[in-house]
Write a protein that binds this ligand. Structure first.
Ligand code: GAR
Length: 216
């Protein structure tokens, strides 16, 4: 089986990167993690990636005069590694239209909310403030607008009485670690494609999800 060469872009802790890398260690997983790139030299995820035996690189945005130069270096790094798919995993730089266009429908992101609700930062605080009863995470193809683009998959978790942002965030993060490897597998196997800016499945998912009811 041909495994799709996948790069992961991180800015910090890299727990989603670790989840993807762990999934890719399975022999029948359709993607291989060929490179982890951070825009921050001190990202903890770089250490973890190295421990897992994955090639790492740093493209420090602070070393470039403008976004175009930073992104040109990023693309050169990705191309050198023969990258076919790019996964954003806690990569906290907004990417330009040019970069997004260069990797059109080969660039995916995970966001800690049920999009289109709560784009941007502090999603768990905002979910609690809004009083929603379900929260979760989304994997989507990246478009130039922040946290926007055709949705590949979502995982929902209940908001529980007495939740703090930290407790809710931990519950969502555990769901992220389940969702992202499944979504990348769909993309790598070309079981999904974008039609009219919506994600279509070539074969329906094996098990239709049941209802997740959360009251209280
Ligand atoms: C994750 O919760 C991810 O969904 C979020 O950053 C965290 C990174 O954690 N991404 C965004 O907010 C993107 N808008 P990690 O470094 O442990 O994977």
């Amino acid at each position: 089986m041909e495994r799709r060469r996948t790069a992961i872009l991180i800015s910090g802790r890299g727990s989603n990167m670790s989840a993807l890398a762990a999934a890719a260690m399975e022999p029948d997983y359709p993607a291989e993690i060929s490179l982890v790139v951070s825009n921050r030299p001190d990202a903890a995820g770089l250490v973890r990636a190295r421990e897992m035996g994955i090639a790492i690189d740093v493209v420090d945005h602070k070393a470039f005069g403008d976004k175009a130069a930073f992104e040109a270096a990023l693309t050169a790094t990705l191309e050198r590694a023969g990258t076919e798919i790019v996964c954003l995993a806690g990569f906290m730089r907004l990417l330009s239209e040019d970069f997004v266009h260069r990797w059109h429908d080969r660039l995916i992101n995970i966001h800690p909310s049920l999009l289109p609700a709560f784009t941007g930062l502090n999603t768990h605080v905002r979910a609690l403030d809004a009083g929603v009863k379900l929260h979760g995470c989304t994997v989507h193809y990246v478009r130039a607008a922040m946290d926007n683009g055709p949705i590949i998959g979502q995982a929902a978790v209940p908001v529980l009485p007495g939740d703090t942002p930290e407790a809710l965030g931990d519950r969502v993060l555990a769901a992220e670690h389940q969702l992202y490897p499944r979504a990348l597998a769909l993309v790598a196997r070309e079981e999904v494609r974008v039609v009219d800016e919506l994600v279509r499945f070539s074969t329906p998912p094996a098990k239709p999800p049941g209802m997740l009811l959360s009251i209280g």
